[in-house]
Write a protein that binds this ligand. Sequence first.
Ligand code: HEC
Length: 228
Amino acid sequence: MLSPAFAEGAPSRGRQDFRACAPCHSLRPDRNMTGPSLAGVWGRKAGSLPSFERYSDALKSSGIIWDDRSLDGWLTDPQAMVPENDMPFEGIKDSHARADLLAFLKEATKPGAQQQTAQQRGMKGMGGMGGGMMGGMMGGGHDPNLKGLEPAKQVKAIAYCHDTYRVTTADGKTRAFWERNLRFMTDSSQDGPEKGAPAIMPAGMMGDRAAVIFADPEEIAGLIAKHC
Ligand code: HEC
C-alpha cells in the first residue's frame, strides 16, 4: 500500500535529490561503486545483491525486504533502522524530499528503466539541463568509462624521483605531482581502462591532485620507473 507521503512524491524533484546518492550508487544493473547498484532494489532482500561484495553483516542479517515503507525508513535514518550498517549517510529528515526521491527511484530502478533513460539521454544530447544532469547522475559519480579516453587522459609512463611523480600522457605532455597528491587506483569493471592503458583523472580543484586508474593492481609497480 502506498503511504500518503509516497503518493505525493514528484519524480522530477526526486531526480535532483538523487544527486546526494549518485556518488555512491549507480542505477545500472550490477554497476557497484561505494554502494551497491540500486537497479531492481524494490522487492530485493537487503544486503543480497550477489555482485556487491562489501555489505555489512548488519545489513545482510537485517531481514529487511525493500519496499516503499522500508526504503522510507532507511532514508530517514539508516543508522536507526539498521545499527552498524556501513552506509555513510545521515538520512533525509524532510518527508516530502523522501517521497520525491522514492517516486523517482521507483521508476528509475525498474528492470529495463536504464535502457530507456540512455535512449532519452541520446535524444537530448548535450543540450539542456535535463541531458546534462542525467548524464552526471545516472552512471553515478565514478563514470565515465575509462576505455578510449582522449590522449590527454591516457597514461604512457610514470617516473618517480625524490618526492615527485612525472606522468606522461599520450598527447606527449608530462605533468609533475607531489607524491602525496597522486593516487593509484584500480577499476576492474567494464567501465575500467584497458589492460596496460591506465587513465589519469583530475581529483583536485587546483589541478594539483589526480588519480591514475589501472585495470589490474599488478600493473602498478611495473609502470612506475624510479629514475630522475
Ligand atoms: C557515501 C556513500 C553512500 C551514499 C551517499 C549513499 N549510500 Fe546507500 N549505501 C552505501 C553503502 C556502502 C551501502 C551498503 C551498506 C551496508 O552494507 O551496510 C548502501 C546501501 C544502500 C541500500 C541498500 C541496498 C541493498 O542492496 O540492500 C539502499 C536502498 C541505499 N543505500 C540507498 C541510498 C540512497 C537512496 C541514497 C541517497 C539518498 C544513498 N543510498 C546514499 C553507500 C552510500
